[in-house]
Design a protein around this ligand. Structure first.
Ligand SMILES: Nc1ncnc2c1ncn2[C@@H]1O[C@H](COP(=O)(O)OP(=O)(O)OP(=O)(O)O)[C@@H](O)[C@H]1O
Ligand SMILES: [Mg+2]
Length: 276
């Protein structure tokens, strides 16, 4: 790759990962950040947003899995001041559950319709805060509203899996197609966090995203080994070898020159979709 082309890449905030990606992500595209539970996805996603902030970009984290305060607290040990990252709180609130309404009733008061009818920002903001239901479609509307107010460059949705699980959409696949198209038309470099718990199924967002970075957490019997693979990266060459990962005080570290220990590699080789 020429030096000029390299400059067009978006640094992920993880030096070793940028090397694996031959310079970084291609900006303005949606990517899936997949992995097993506790594999380090939220940490890497926040690192990606922090890198944007460091470069003077605006960064948005859509927090679905964890309340924003917890995310801030978890990354505080890294010495990161995430104050400049805008966190959109769509974590389902206790308030929403305490209403003890049925899923059908929740569906009847869909945020989508309400947001469309929202006449003023205050009303839309109140709806966002209450967030009694979630859907891929309502998230798209919330993002649209956010983008009208602020020009973001980087967005993380953490996680798309929880969003889909709680979603009231009739057709989630269609919703996802629309969301990814919206994100790329808005020229946002995105990381969409997705679970791959047992590796037996391939989620639709993986097919339609422009690339997939996968974090692996492998119990070898004696210890947990971590590694990272680039499963796909449209429009670019990339490292096809799994590389060891460490979670240290600096956050996620990827070691591009190193090999994954054999015990972990043998377990990884049974994973469909890995190590093409
Ligand atoms: N200071 C630390 N040093 C080493 N490892 C750590 C440290 N803090 C957290 N970890 C590891 O990172 C994991 C959590 O990382 P993170 O929350 O980013 O993963 P995740 O894939 O988003 O998890 P989840 O499935 O819970 O959403 C912890 O379970 C722990 O194993
Ligand atoms: Mg997480």
């Amino acid at each position: 790759m020429t030096a000029a082309k390299k400059e067009l890449r978006a640094a992920t905030g993880v030096e070793g990962l940028d090397k694996m990606l031959k310079g970084g992500l291609i900006p303005g595209r949606p990517y899936v950040l997949s992995g097993s539970i506790g594999s380090g996805r939220t940490t890497l996603a926040v690192q990606f947003l922090q890198q944007g902030v460091r470069q003077g970009e605006r960064a948005l984290l859509v927090a679905i899995d964890e309340p924003p305060a917890e995310i801030r607290e978890n990354v505080r040990y890294l010495g990161w001041d995430v104050g400049k990252i805008r966190i959109l709180d769509v974590h389902p609130t206790a308030k929403a559950y305490s209403k003890k309404v049925s899923m059908v009733e929740i569906a009847a008061q869909r945020a989508v319709g309400s947001l469309r009818e929202a006449r003023d920002d205050a009303k839309a903001e109140a709806l966002k805060q209450a967030s009694p239901d979630l859907s891929v479609q309502s998230l798209q509307l919330m993002l649209k509203q956010e983008l009208q107010e602020t020009r973001y460059s980087r967005v993380v949705v953490d996680s798309l899996t929880t969003l889909k699980r709680l979603s009231e959409d009739q057709d989630i696949d269609m919703g996802l197609m629309s969301l990814l198209r919206f994100l790329s038309e808005a020229n946002l470099t995105c990381m969409l966090v997705t679970d791959v718990p047992d590796y037996t199924s391939i989620e639709p967002e993986i097919f339609i995203s422009r690339g997939e970075i996968r974090l692996h957490r492998i119990m070898t019997g004696t210890k947990i080994e971590r590694c990272l693979t680039i499963e796909k990266f449209r429009g670019s060459a990339h490292d096809t070898v799994p590389r060891p990962v460490a979670i240290a005080r600096e956050g996620i570290q990827v070691k591009p020159g190193k090999k994954v220990p054999k015990a972990a590699l043998s377990m990884l080789q049974g994973v469909p979709g890995s190590l093409q």
